[in-house]
Design a binder for this molecule. Structure first.
Ligand code: PRP
Ligand code: URA
Length: 209
């Protein structure tokens, strides 16, 4: 699993334990999703290219580094991915945001596309596709295929919890995409929910159940 990063940072693990808890309120759940995304962003941006700049301090000129070239695009998979956007934007405030609307058909569990809107220069940006749950991998794989059809080349996937099935699907369909997850869980259940997981991420973020 060379392109999969499973976080072991104590802050992420602590927050994830509260996130999973079925008694956690909608408000706290939403805050935790955002905070975990912010912490994951720190590691996922580690290889952004830098350029040297001279900065005049009140004392002298300092040789500094700034992020070079085009910056990031964050692409949440609606709905649940929206919960991760603010946390990442807090770290990368100039990022543009594209939206992909997908839902899993409850019977076939196949992704159904209902919305797609990207920044015009999406193919020149480093893209973070964000979705808290990577279950069968169908949604993430489809979203990334749509982006590649648009010319996107540099894509990373940030998910809070993944199932082994989702990782395998991603590695088959998109071996070029690095995957960052806060936890790799045991399996999927008969309804393709992640076990132990955290339930339905979208419903818990938006209080729709
Ligand atoms: C959830 C989740 C992912 C998808 C993961 O979304 O947020 O997008 O399921 O499942 P997969 O890996 O098997 O495709 P859902 O379809 O429930 O829609 P929602 O975000 O609108 O609740
Ligand atoms: N979508 C969710 O929100 N949770 C799961 O466990 C699987 C898919």
């Amino acid at each position: 699993m060379s392109n999969v990063c499973v976080f072991d940072h104590p802050l992420i693990l602590h927050k994830l334990s509260i996130l999973r808890d079925e008694t956690t309120s909608v408000k706290e759940f939403r805050e935790l999703v955002s905070e975990i995304a912010q912490l994951m962003c720190y590691e996922a941006t580690r290889d952004l290219p830098l350029e040297e700049v001279d900065v005049k301090t009140p004392v002298a000129v300092a040789k500094c580094k700034r992020i070079a070239g085009k910056k990031l695009a964050i692409v949440p998979i609606l709905r649940a991915g929206l919960g991760m956007v603010d946390g990442i934007m807090a770290m990368v405030p100039n990022a543009k945001v594209g939206h992909i609307g997908l839902y899993r058909d409850p019977v076939t569990v196949e992704p159904v596309k209902y919305y797609y809107k990207m920044p015009p220069d999406i193919c020149e940006r480093d893209i973070f596709v964000v979705d808290p749950m990577l279950a069968t991998g169908g949604s993430a794989s489809a979203a990334i295929s749509f982006l590649k059809e648009d010319g996107a080349k540099h894509i990373k996937l940030l998910s809070i919890i993944a199932a082994p099935e989702g990782i395998e699907r991603m590695q088959q369909d998109h071996p070029d995409v690095d995957i960052f997850v806060a936890a790799l869980d045991e399996k999927l259940n008969d309804h393709c929910y992640i076990v132990p997981g955290l339930g339905d991420a979208g419903d818990r973020i938006f209080g729709t159940k």
